[in-house]
Design a binder for this molecule. Structure first.
Ligand code: F6R
Length: 601
């Protein structure tokens, strides 16, 4: 997490750094800071607790005109959110300023071994890094050598994207990364460093990707790259084909609503991309590798894990391959017996989730075959696997994942069909589904009324369902709790009477998801049991299974299309969460304590 940005060029650095930070805020937003080397030679550091707009306000009290600088928006790992703990951090002698994304696991040992005489100004692990650079430079090393020496002292569990300025050469940016994203953007007027290309699209779409262990020295006209051995090399920039508007909110009050609205369009993009002559089309190398596997292991976290639970059903039913779905943070340290010929599928919006990367490292060491489905291509999880497929959802900015979730499910469906040897009906079915998704999205006003009535004024709620609907209850609960701070549980409806029913009181909202015909009656019975104990129930149900009193009726899904129920259900559960958060006047896109890209374990 944390967003970093650096600028060295011919124009004013500050506006550029602040607008970049705003775009990076989804990576962390508990404090922010900026360092600018001014035109008249001052080294100016301004930091503030809270959001980027608070920092921006504070910068107005200073003259910060200058053509180079670095900035940071923080998601606290070591030390509470505060001005002192905000980045940039500065070395004791005032020579070096540094921002960092990641975690230095062995910072306490480094502090004890090398920095016993230094008085620290913060509680962060990051300050150790800048103090080490300052110490090694004071002992006679060049800045590059001191920077490298510090990096080499970090243990294997550490992760970092660093951006360092030496005040003796303030228009040079020293940068390096390992297990945290970092790109150098190049343009005629300036070169920049960023955690995420979308923060820089107003300046450039040309980026040089740094690999783990490499160091770059960025000046306004040049980018010098050094490998782990310290040898100089060159690398061509890649051009990012992306519409800057896609990362803008436009007329929407929040990104989350825009992203919910985009889901039918994303479904159509996926159909366009993955179908040729009416059949699902996936690279033969991927299909052959999957077909050789005796078991699939889907690895993911949070919402992406929930998408994996749905995907599993298609891999098993259509492709006939036993499939397990695992929470990445668990699998990395406590995995079950792995089969003889496993195939790993990583699912991730960001492609940078540390928990999943940890599993990927294990997979690489064992030489297991792997594929990543990610929304951000060129990310760590797409680079270090055998194969990668894009989710094509476009930039997802709101912290709560929405369109990436449905894109993850649809991509798995297409993949499963391709592994199964094609599916002549699927393109038509998915096209119909996209129309149905749009119809559900268009009914959002009704869902707002229900959110206001059922959820805005409650402190707890339950989602129940069976089969694939039970999988969706997990995502429904996560969405609602993360942005509205309601205590919500989602679980298999049959489990209710095995304990949780004791929590039902007069007026407790219980929301039933019903799209699977075999189990519809059973879920309804479970809802009745809660009504008998005072619950205020709501149903989200497909038309073919609906009755006159259901609250949210989704388009009909019969026959094989019943398996797509979770995709239609995703929309009302996202909208209920959105409108509940809105009704409570919360910052929907930036829920407390969270960040979009979870790059720490
Ligand atoms: C919830 C949410 C998270 C992410 C999780 C994994 O709305 O967004 O639960 O799904 O942090 O992130 P990715 O998909 O980037 O690996």
């Amino acid at each position: 997490m944390c967003g970093i940005i650096g600028y060295t060029g011919i124009n004013e650095a500050l506006p550029f750094l602040l607008s970049g930070l705003e775009k990076l805020e989804y990576r962390g937003y508990d404090s922010a800071g900026v360092y600018v080397h001014t035109d008249d030679g001052r080294d100016m550091l301004v930091k503030e607790k809270g959001r980027v707009k608070d920092l921006e306000e504070k910068t107005k009290s200073y003259d910060l005109s200058g053509k180079s600088g670095i900035a940071h928006t923080r998601w606290a790992t070591h030390g509470e959110p505060s001005v002192a703990n905000a980045h940039p951090h500065v070395s004791d002698d005032g020579r070096y300023y540094l921002v960092h994304n990641g975690v230095i696991e062995n910072y306490k040992e480094l502090k004890q071994t090398y920095l016993s005489g230094v008085v620290f100004k913060s509680q962060t692990d990051t300050e150790v890094a800048v103090q080490l650079v300052g110490k090694f430079a004071a002992e006679g090393l060049s800045t590059l050598a001191a920077f490298r020496k510090m990096i080499n002292l970090l243990n294997d569990n550490s992760s970092y994207a660093f951006l360092l300025v030496d005040t003796k050469t303030p228009d040079l940016l020293y940068t390096a990364k390992s297990k945290s994203p970092l790109l150098v953007g190049v343009s005629k007027s300036a070169n920049v460093v960023t955690s995420d290309a979308t923060a820089m699209l107003n300046l450039t779409k040309d980026f040089i990707e740094l690999q783990d262990g490499e160091i770059a020295i960025v000046s306004k006209t040049d980018v010098k790259l050094y490998n782990e051995q310290g040898e100089y090399f060159t690398r061509q920039p890649f051009h990012l084909n992306i519409d800057p508007q896609a990362a803008e909110k436009g007329a929407y009050p929040f990104f989350m609503l825009k992203e919910i609205d985009e889901q039918a369009i994303v479904a159509r993009h996926l159909i366009q991309h993955y179908f040729v002559d009416g059949l699902p089309h996936i690279d033969d190398a991927i299909l052959n590798s999957i077909k050789q596997a005796d078991r699939l292991y889907i690895i993911a976290a949070g919402t992406s894990y929930h998408a994996g639970l749905i995907g599993r059903r298609f891999f098993e039913k259509w492709a006939g391959i036993p499939t397990e779905v695992h929470i990445a943070s668990e699998f990395a340290y406590d995995h079950p017996l792995i089969s003889q010929k496993p195939f790993f599928i990583f699912i991730s919006q960001s492609g940078e989730t540390a928990d999943s990367i940890q599993v990927l490292e294990l997979v690489k060491r064992a030489h297991y075959a792997s594929l990543t489905l990610a929304n951000v291509m060129n990310s760590t999880l797409t680079r270090d696997v055998d194969f990668a497929l894009p989710l094509l959802a476009g930039p997802e900015i709101a912290v709560a994942s929405t369109k990436a979730y449905t894109a993850q499910i649809i991509t798995q469906i297409i993949l499963a069909a391709a592994v199964a040897g094609g599916h002549t009906e699927l393109q038509g079915q998915l096209s119909r589904l996209a129309v149905d998704m749009q119809a559900v999205i268009d009914g959002k006003d009704h869902i707002k009324v229900l959110a206001d009535d059922y959820l805005v004024n409650t402190d707890r709620a339950f989602y129940i369902g069976r089969g694939a609907d039970a999988d969706v209850t997990l995502e429904a609960a996560l969405k609602l709790k993360e942005i509205s701070y309601t205590l919500v549980e989602g679980f298999a409806a049959g489990e209710l009477k095995h304990g949780t029913i004791s929590l039902i009181e007069h007026g407790t909202p219980v929301i039933g998801l019903i799209s699977q015909s075999k189990m519809a009656g059973l879920t309804r019975s479970n809802l009745e049991e809660t009504i008998a104990r005072g619950a205020k129930t709501m149903t989200i149900v497909t038309k073919n299974l609906a009755n006159a009193t259901d609250e949210i009726v989704l388009p009909e899904l019969t026959g094989e299309m019943e398996m797509f129920g979770p995709i239609l259900e995703a929309i009302p559960i996202q909208l209920l969460a959105y409108y509940t958060s809105l009704g409570r006047k919360l910052d929907v896109d930036h829920p407390r304590n969270l960040a979009k890209s979870v790059t720490v374990q």
